[in-house]
Design a protein around this ligand. Structure first.
Ligand code: R5P
Length: 314
């Protein structure tokens, strides 16, 4: 594409934004993204973007509503500044867990956010490990969906752990777990989880052989760590050896850090789609950068090249 490539971002994850800019070899776009005295989000694009191919990097992680508003207002400002094409890059796409009416009179927030993003000015969307793949269909603009699996698999290949079984902490995560087990040439097991409420989960059964094995529990998001820790306890009781966990989006809220510390998990490997505050970092958490994957995708989208080379079919 002949248009100049620009990368802007909000305040959700400045470290990731700068890492991406460095890898793409562009200077971070100059914008003020702050607050008015009354708390409203204030944005001003401080350079000319007329005709540019613009990427806006912002995860809608905690504080989700502030980060979402920053993204929407950035998109609006860039559209009104006559950018040619605007790609909303959401390393973490929040509000995704409400993706269907599973109770009476509840919203479908994933669809609402899709509508808001496109109405605000997104011509296309780039994201990683959506909570449910079918959220792609909530958008009527092109959406590129990347997977963090290869980033994690490279890490585990170097560790060379024998006798490995990949465990999905719930039935909804089977597809993701199968992708890991295929790549790692490992077994597959599933935990039959029942969610009690927003912070508590209960394990009913384990399907598959785990006794005497080393396991990796894989999931898209860790919030209160209820699902992960209950799954870890269940496989521990079933007689496994070492327990690892790989989770793409480290939302880590409420009791997550305490639960992880007290859990039998040896190592939790996450990506930096969500910035982790220092107070939440503990020794057993290892962060892998997703910036190389996003930077390659941004370059390829800008150059109108295929991005399927960045992932095999999951
Ligand atoms: C559920 O379907 C998700 O994949 C995660 O397992 C869940 O949202 C994690 O939440 P928490 O850490 O609060 O159990």
């Amino acid at each position: 594409m002949g248009n100049k490539l620009s990368i802007f971002g909000g305040n959700s994850n400045i470290e990731l934004l700068d890492e991406i800019c460095k890898l793409v070899r562009v200077k971070r776009g100059d914008a003020f993204v702050g607050r008015f005295r009354d708390g409203e989000t204030q944005v001003q694009i401080k350079e000319n973007v007329r005709g540019n191919d613009v990427f806006v990097v912002q995860s809608t992680s905690f504080p989700a509503n502030d980060n979402l508003m920053e993204l929407l207002i950035l998109l609006d400002a860039l559209k009104r500044a006559s950018a040619n094409r605007i790609t909303a890059v959401l390393p973490y796409f929040g509000y995704a867990r409400q993706d269907r009416k599973d109770q009476p009179r509840v919203p479908i927030t994933a669809k609402l956010i899709a509508n808001l993003l496109t109405r605000a000015g997104a011509s296309r969307v780039l994201t990683i490990d959506l909570h449910a793949g079918q959220i792609q269909g909530f958008f009527d603009v092109p959406l590129d969906h990347l997977y963090a699996v290869n980033t994690f698999v490279e890490y585990f290949e170097k560790k060379n752990i024998e006798n490995l079984v990949v465990v999905s902490p719930d039935v909804g995560g089977i597809k993701m777990a199968r992708a890991y087990s295929k790549r790692l040439n490992a077994g597959l097991a599933i935990v039959d989880k029942r969610r009690i409420d927003d912070t508590e989960a209960e394990v009913m059964n384990i399907m598959g052989r785990v006794k005497g094995k080393n396991v990796i529990i894989v999931d898209d998001i860790i919030a209160t760590a209820g699902s992960l820790v209950e799954a870890a306890k269940a496989v521990k009781n079933a007689g496994v050896q070492d327990i690892y966990a790989t989770i793409t989006h480290p939302a880590l809220c409420g009791p997550a850090t305490e639960r992880l510390s007290a859990s039998p998990i040896k190592e939790l490997i996450v990506t930096n789609t969500i910035h982790i505050e220092k107070s939440k970092m503990i020794d057993k958490i290892k962060v892998l950068s997703i910036a190389p994957l996003l930077a390659s995708a941004i370059k390829r989208i800008h150059n109108e090249e295929s991005i399927s080379i960045l992932f095999d079919e999951v």
